[in-house]
Write a protein that binds this ligand. Structure first.
Ligand code: CUA
Length: 356
């Protein structure tokens, strides 16, 4: 006997199901899910990951995150279990008193207890994370769109124009001694930036007209990525830097070496650099170039990147940057010098590429 129920009630759904079953095994949507998760999870590792645990603060915050995540999963399962129980296992109406009890315990008492425990735990973490620095003090100023760095600054840094006062200047690469609590004094001459090294600690804003303090305590040697975490203008996304964590001895040697004048101060390169006005914005110690608008280039070749974390430091990349900074890094404040003869650009790039 034929089935009396109408078969045309929901035709699109029936058709869809039939289509999917027609696919060969393993060719449907399902295999995409693990790939998607794997791609997402890959973003959790590497030199810019806050899960890598290369600093005391990053480790504490990551622990807090994992505990909260585990707790959230347990509570989610509980809520889903309750909904299934209420709709499937025991769908009959519950008494009003039972409903009120559930709201008081499940909706008020339980969340308050969980939040109180988390708050207490978070507060107990604070004293250790906010301990005074006993290591070096380094001034870091957020510029448009790069980072000015000054080691061994004396007294309080000035904030009128740009932060560092005295000390050994560098840019876009911050060296830190492992195991020491280093104080970073943050400022900016014009717009707000945010200094963030995810693998080591949380972010802190660099605000014009004031000095913000951040203590970094790296626990593992290595090279980590830092970023600007506050929209500051056109090249905000290209305002990165490297953090190099080394032993205390290597740190002292590095600062000492950075304090020296440039390795080469005479020849075609430095002559053209000065003639063509590059020295109005950049300093190369040991030459007449003493500008303070752009990054100090005295030891540019010792840095891993140029353009604030953008390009590997090679002569070719330096030449490309001189020709047209805006092409390499849209929004960069430096004007283009493509009108210079190629031989002059090459001479300048060749010289800068040798300033280790
Ligand atoms: Cu500097 Cu965003």
């Amino acid at each position: 006997m034929p089935d009396p129920r109408p078969t045309t009630g929901r035709p699109p759904q029936i058709k869809k199901a039939a289509d999917r079953s027609a696919l060969p095994a393993g060719r449907g949507m399902r295999p995409i899910a693990p790939v998607f998760v794997a791609v997402l999870a890959a973003g959790c590792a590497g030199p810019q990951s806050s899960f890598e645990g290369a600093g005391t603060e990053a480790v504490s915050v990551a622990n807090l995150f994992w505990v909260m995540l585990a707790g959230a999963i347990v509570i989610w399962l509980l809520v889903i279990g309750l909904s299934i129980y209420a709709t499937k296992a025991h769908p009959a109406a519950h008494s009003e008193a039972k409903g009120i009890r559930l709201i008081i315990w499940g909706g008020a008492v339980f969340p308050s207890m969980v939040l109180a425990v988390l708050l207490t735990w978070g507060l107990t973490m604070m004293p250790d994370l906010r301990r005074e620095a006993e290591g070096p003090r380094i001034a870091v100023s957020g510029e448009r769109f790069w980072w000015r760095v000054a080691y061994g600054i004396e007294g309080e840094p000035g904030v009128a124009k740009s932060l560092p006062s005295g000390g050994v200047e560098s840019a876009n690469e911050l060296w830190l001694p492992v195991g020491r609590r280093t104080e970073i004094l943050l400022g900016s001459p014009d717009v707000v930036h945010s200094f963030w090294v995810p693998a080591i600690a949380g972010k802190t804003d660099a605000i014009p007209g004031r000095v913000n303090r951040l203590v970094l305590e790296p626990t593992r040697k290595g090279v980590y990525n830092g970023v600007c975490a506050e929209f500051c203008g056109d090249a905000h996304a290209q305002m990165g830097f490297r953090v190099v964590v080394v032993s205390e001895d290597d740190y002292a040697r590095y600062v000492e070496a950075q304090g020296q004048p440039a390795a080469v101060t005479a020849g075609e390169g430095p002559d053209r650099f000065v003639d063509r006005g590059c020295g109005a914005c950049h300093t190369v110690r040991g030459t007449p170039a003493d500008g303070a608008v752009g990054p100090d280039l005295t030891h540019i070749a010792s840095r891993r990147t140029i353009g604030a974390g953008l390009l590997e430091t090679t002569e070719a990349n330096i030449a490309a940057f001189i020709r047209s900074p805006a092409h390499v890094k849209p929004g960069a404040e430096m004007p283009a010098f493509a009108m210079l003869p190629e031989a002059e650009i090459d001479a300048i790039a060749n010289w800068l590429g040798a300033l280790r």
